[in-house]
Design a protein around this ligand. Structure first.
Ligand code: 13P
Length: 257
């Protein structure tokens, strides 16, 4: 057991317009009660186009639901057509920003160096980066999962002040488990989560490492969340598809019931 508060994050990816997003958050809110919020932190990460609407909704109705973003640029402002900066997100009350998601690494050429710059920009704007790491199926089959994940974490945290590492959440998302309906075995995921914590220890200190939230992501649903949460080093989940259904996401958030 740990005293780390579970964190459940819904990564909506490129789904839902802002009107749909409002409905989804309202439904989620109605399905959760005070005990749920006391026991778990809940964050939804919609596309950028919904952030302003959800900021107003959450503030007006005093919802204990956090706002997340799926991406960010590392510069504060300038000639970067199509990009959004960390201070802009902060101004929208965004608390968490996903960096280094495997879909961005794969489809948009994000390297460890880019991911590291984004992570630092998020910290500088006083938000929490959710650093995503994970191996491909090929790498897993070659027995390289541990080294791949360790090197991704080390690279992204390079140059971050050891004390600032305490402000980082790390999500282990094996690429072969994302959107495939195939999950990692809870034991395997728990093992990698422990290795991530050791890696954090190597670049910070034991207090930071023991307080770092490590999430699992990859085909998490209402039926399997409990098995992952039972693992010592897994403190929450980064949920894709299942987070688009407020009923199912609420069941994931209140996984202990
Ligand atoms: P799925 O839950 O749809 O597999 O997606 C996981 C993910 O990529 C979350 O960031």
């Amino acid at each position: 057991m740990t005293d780390r508060k579970p964190l459940m994050v819904g990564n909506w990816k490129m789904n839902a317009n802002h009107l749909e997003a409002i409905q989804m958050v309202q439904k989620l809110f109605y399905r959760l009660d005070l005990e749920d919020y006391d026991r778990a932190d809940v964050v939804v990460a919609p596309p950028f186009t919904s952030l302003r609407s959800l900021q107003i909704l959450i503030e007006t109705d005093h919802m204990r639901i956090g706002l997340g973003a799926q991406n960010v640029h590392w510069q504060e402002s300038g000639a970067f057509t199509g990009e959004v900066s960390a201070p802009m997100l902060k101004k929208l009350d965004v608390g968490h920003v996903i960096v280094g998601h495997s879909e961005r690494r794969e489809h948009f050429g994000e390297t460890d160096a880019i991911v590291g710059k984004k992570l630092k920009a998020v910290l500088a704007a006083e938000m929490t980066p959710i650093l995503c790491v994970g191996e491909t199926l090929e790498q897993r089959e070659a027995g390289e999962a541990e080294t791949v994940v360790t090197s991704q974490v080390t690279a992204a945290l390079k140059g971050v002040d050891p004390l600032d590492v305490s402000g980082v959440v790390i999500a282990y998302e094996p690429i072969w488990a994302i959107g495939t309906g195939r999950t990692a075995l809870p034991d395997d995921a728990g093992l990698i989560a422990g290795i991530i914590r050791e890696t954090v220890l190597n670049v910070s200190n034991s207090e930071v490492a023991s307080n770092t939230n490590v999430l699992y992501g990859g085909s998490v649903n209402a039926g399997n969340i409990k098995d992952f949460m039972a693992k010592e080093h897994i403190d929450g989940a980064l949920v894709g598809g299942a987070s688009l259904d407020p009923d199912q996401f609420a069941t994931i958030v209140r996984y202990w019931r």
